[in-house]
Design a protein around this ligand. Structure first.
Ligand SMILES: [Zn+2]
Length: 156
């Protein structure tokens, strides 16, 4: 996982994107409350951040990454952890170690993010939105523009 530049701005744009209720292709500059960015730049942030949310799931949740992480977070219960304190010791041999707080395999390494707590909390929440919320709320939720399917599509 590579760090991305301007992640706080990307998170703000992502939030406005999800609030707009629009499909990626239907967005206009008026959907965003930002200074000095045109739609092309806004969309580039959405794509970059969307890709990060998808890649974090495949790259940063595995055993090797979790057990060598300086910090982790759980995108199911939204807790942030120092060191290995979030890992359920019973699950150390699992491919995807379980969260010590909630027992779900929602741990992700946060080492590729800035240490700023706000950024990290927003990141695990955004991951919860696309990986758990859409699954829990059925087909209607899957239609939402930030569903995993759509993110893959516009990153293709
Ligand atoms: Zn958890």
């Amino acid at each position: 996982m590579e760090p991305i530049e301007h992640i706080e701005q990307a998170q703000k744009i992502w939030w406005q994107f999800t609030q707009s209720g629009k499909a990626f292709g239907d967005l206009t500059e008026d959907d965003f409350d930002l200074n000095g960015l045109n739609l092309t730049e806004i969309k580039a942030h959405i794509q970059q951040y969307g890709r990060l949310l998808v890649d974090a799931h495949s790259d940063a949740t595995g055993k090797d990454t979790i057990l060598s992480a300086t910090d982790t977070g759980c995108f199911y219960c939204l807790q942030l952890f120092k060191g290995q304190s979030g890992v359920d010791e019973q699950s150390l041999s699992y491919r995807y170690p379980l969260c010590d707080n909630c027992g779900v395999d929602g741990l992700v390494s946060l080492d590729f993010l800035p240490t700023d707590t706000d950024v990290r909390e927003a990141f695990v929440k955004d991951m919860e939105d696309i990986w758990f919320e859409s699954a829990q709320h059925g087909a209607g939720q899957l239609e939402r523009q930030y569903s995993v399917e759509r993110i893959r599509q516009y990153n293709a």
